[in-house]
Ligand binder design. Structure first.
Ligand SMILES: [Zn+2]
Length: 378
């Protein structure tokens, strides 16, 4: 049963009575004995209003959460103070224990098919927009512990609709408020790009980070108004993949990562390297990943395999040794990698409008590209 909303004009909190001021002050100070006394009194006489808010819109629960006073939060909840969006507040300030307590409480009071407490707050005075769910907020804070709590209790990941989606919901939302509609998509992607959320929810975090960063790149072009946000998130995904790579401590671990192919059994030492993951990184234009020192080290080791003391030889002798090697055995991944780098130099060299090489300003790139072009065959 929904009670009709009482119109308050304007939307400012009512002035507090002396009793209410004392109550909020006692909560803020963490004065348990006094708060308990006031709450017991309120149960009998309905005075003071235990859900009152101060001039900044903070109620007793918000004050207790801001003060990180778990005992006080518990007392207020047990004594029947309305939780409203307290869960979102506690996630926002990353107060894990309060999040747990409020989730337990919500499970007790929530009825199937009805909105949750935080969805029932008055929109004009709410601190969070309706598209901010507990999971999205926790992902924005990138808080691993809270995300785990929420996922364990069945929270689901946001599933942003395609930018050109014409479903009823999208049409209605963009008609109602197109800015809100765009921002809620940004909010969803901002959550999905949270490293903690990727780590907790994906079976293949590096692949997820690659795919998401690609998606974000396309979004940046499709929605120019939010371009900088999307590009920033893209950078975050790429950095996450690099950070994961950075965790590899031995050549073996690195080889397992770079040869990972979800459709095949994992790489064993001594097998032929396919470098499937590295190829994928190139396909998804993960420049920072490909350029990571660990990968460069592994590639160098592959090039020089079976040529003892190769690195110490002069470049002319190196060239003759390489040309004797059978080129067919050179890995496609390596070839692609060279293509990738040479293509970068080519673009830098031939950036002039007429398609001419810019020898004057990009001499270095032009020389490198000429060098690459000579030796690389398709
Ligand atoms: Zn849609």
């Amino acid at each position: 049963m929904e009670t009709p909303e009482i119109k308050e004009v304007p939307n400012l909190p009512k002035a507090l009575s002396l009793e209410e001021k004392k109550y909020l002050l006692a909560v803020e100070r963490g004065d348990m004995a006094n708060v308990r006394r006031i709450l017991e009194k309120a149960q009998h006489f309905n005075i003071p209003n235990i859900n009152c808010v101060d001039s900044l819109g903070r109620n007793a629960l918000t004050l207790a959460i801001d003060g990180e006073n778990l005992e006080m939060v518990e007392l207020l909840v047990v004594m029947g103070v309305e939780t409203k969006d307290a869960l979102l507040h506690s996630i926002n300030v990353e107060f894990v224990e309060a999040v747990e307590l409020l989730l337990d409480h919500e499970e007790l009071i929530h009825k199937d098919g009805e909105p949750y407490s935080w969805q029932r707050v008055n929109l004009s005075t709410a601190s969070f927009t309706p598209d901010i769910t507990p999971l999205i907020l926790a992902a924005h804070r990138n808080n691993y512990e809270i995300l785990k709590l929420l996922l364990d209790r069945g929270a689901t990941l946001p599933m942003p609709h395609d930018i050109k989606c014409g479903c009823e919901e999208c049409l209605r939302e963009s008609k109602e408020d197109s800015l809100r509609h765009s921002l809620s998509r940004v909010n969803e992607y901002k959550a999905l790009a949270s490293p903690s959320l990727i780590a907790l929810s994906s079976g293949d975090p590096i692949l997820t980070a690659f795919q998401l960063s690609w998606e974000l790149r396309n979004l940046a072009f499709a929605e120019p108004e939010c371009k900088s946000e999307y590009l920033e998130l893209r950078k975050q995904c790429q950095q996450f993949a690099v950070d994961l790579l950075h965790q590899s401590r031995t050549s073996e671990e690195l080889a397992v990562i770079l040869n990972h192919d979800p459709d095949k059994p994992s790489y064993e030492v001594g097998e032929q390297m396919t470098l499937a993951r590295l190829e994928l990184a190139i396909t998804y234009k993960q420049k920072k990943f490909v350029a990571h020192p660990n990968i460069q080290q592994l590639l160098a080791a592959l090039w020089y395999e079976g040529v003892p003391g190769f690195r110490r030889k002069s470049s002319i002798r190196k060239f003759f040794i390489i040309s004797k090697k059978d080129y067919r055995t050179i890995l496609t991944g390596l070839n692609q990698l060279l293509w990738y780098f040479s293509d970068l130099e080519r673009k830098r060299c031939y950036h002039l409008s007429g398609g001419d090489a810019d020898w004057k300003n990009e001499r270095d790139a032009c020389i490198k590209w000429r060098g690459f072009a000579k030796y690389i065959s398709t």
